[in-house]
Design a protein around this ligand. Structure first.
Ligand code: AMP
Length: 383
């Protein structure tokens, strides 16, 4: 076990790294952050901010020499960086699991190979593969870049072969998946924690609502039948076992109108849809990341209260002026989390708030009331 006072490293200095840093420091660990951006949400509060690129050998060497173990806040760190660190100290999650999650083709193929359901898809490496793929899939479909796509970026809607060809060109011929668009009843996610001993601990299933491809709200518990929730937990657990995963893993699902549960993607780290755990769970997903990194047992995942999390995007800021926080603070069961980002841009995640209440309905109503007061457009939480 790596015990408090040890130094932990994190690759990436955004909000996920920041919340990891807060959890680690409150437990008595020191944290070094490797992040090129000088205005980094995590770097600002870490014991040390190594301001260098993720593949910078000198910085990686320093990180390896100064830390007891290293984790990552995002999957797009260069594979070589993780492999280099892994040859010197514990890295969790390991580079092999991160490599699967980093690439949609590897990810969806891996999921399918485990016998777990995904939306029907074809890997597209060159334009010749579009025609047979379009013939085999039910339209409409989506063309998604295999790499560096997130929050709906790098995605093109496809109605037929002509669209697919245009889309592939627009994505500059990068490797893609062409995937059937499914009729969504709900989007769900499961966050789990898996230790080196192979034991998994699960958070309850969350119900996610997206807007323009970006997560807007998460409501927990999700409004799904017990059978569906059980199936989602089982599928997420099977995936973590197949990856021999160590750390916090988020698995996103589509529930279709004809009642099929499909895995959309996974994130080898804490996830936006688990931000509610900071206020509404006995152990937050970030404390779990510290625990798994340090070889400690998982903390209990009991839900203390129904909760709705609402993301705060830069759209709410006018000319870099924040929304009226006094309206939010007037609600004693709402909890504000801001990431310390200097400039707001449309679509940029600036923070979030959690509303805790006696029921999911009450939490949703409060979340939507606050959103109106902050100047946001109504959401879809049921409030
Ligand atoms: P992704 O980047 O793959 O997570 O996609 C972002 C969002 O786009 C998802 O959360 C869904 O709302 C939507 N989406 C992605 N793929 C599909 C699909 N195959 N069918 C229907 N909606 C999808």
């Amino acid at each position: 076990m790596i015990l408090p006072d040890a130094t932990l490293g994190v690759l990436g200095g955004g909000q996920l790294g920041r919340m990891f840093t807060i959890a680690a420091r409150s437990m008595g660990y020191r944290v070094w952050v490797l992040e090129p951006d000088p205005h980094s949400p995590a770097g600002a509060i870490a014991d040390r901010h190594l301001q260098a690129g993720y593949a910078d050998r000198a910085a990686l060497k320093e990180l390896a020499a100064g830390c007891a173990a290293v984790t990552t806040e995002f999957e797009n760190v260069p594979a070589e960086a993780l492999e280099y660190l892994e040859s010197r100290l514990p890295v969790r999650p390991g580079s092999a699991a991160v490599a699967v999650a980093r690439d949609r083709i590897a990810e969806k193929t891996f999921i399918r190979d485990q016998g777990l359901d995904t939306a029907a898809f074809f890997a597209i490496h060159d334009a010749d593969e579009l025609e047979p793929a379009c013939r085999s899939l039910h339209m409409p479909a989506l063309l998604k870049t295999a790499r560096l796509g997130y929050d709906g970026k790098g995605q093109v809607p496809v109605e037929g072969l002509a669209d697919a060809r245009r889309g592939f060109e627009a994505l500059q011929g990068a490797a893609c998946v062409l995937e059937e668009r499914v009729d969504l009843a709900q989007e769900l996610s499961v966050i789990l924690v898996r230790g080196a001993d192979g034991a998994s601990t699960f958070y309850p299933v969350g119900e996610n609502h997206h807007r323009d491809g970006i997560l807007d709200t998460t409501r927990v518990p999700a409004r799904v039948p017990e059978r569906t929730a059980r199936q989602a937990l089982d599928m997420a657990g099977a995936l973590a076992d197949a990856l021999d995963y160590v750390g916090v893993l988020a698995v996103e699902f589509f529930l279709t109108r004809d009642d099929r549960l499909l895995i959309n993607e996974m994130a080898p780290r804490p996830h936006n849809s688990g931000h509610y755990t900071v206020d509404a769970s006995l152990t937050s997903q970030f404390e779990q990341q510290v625990r798994m990194l340090c070889g400690l047992p998982a903390g209990a995942t009991d839900l203390l209260s129904p909760v709705v999390m609402v993301n705060l995007l830069g759209d709410l800021w006018r000319d870099d002026r924040p929304p009226p926080w006094d309206a939010l603070f007037a609600h004693p069961r709402a909890k504000l989390h801001l990431y310390g980002k200097k400039h707001a841009r449309p679509g940029r995640k600036m923070g979030h708030y959690n509303c805790l209440a006696a029921s999911g309905e009450d939490a949703a109503a409060e979340a939507e009331a606050i959103r109106r007061q902050l100047g946001g457009a109504p959401g879809d939480t049921g409030g």
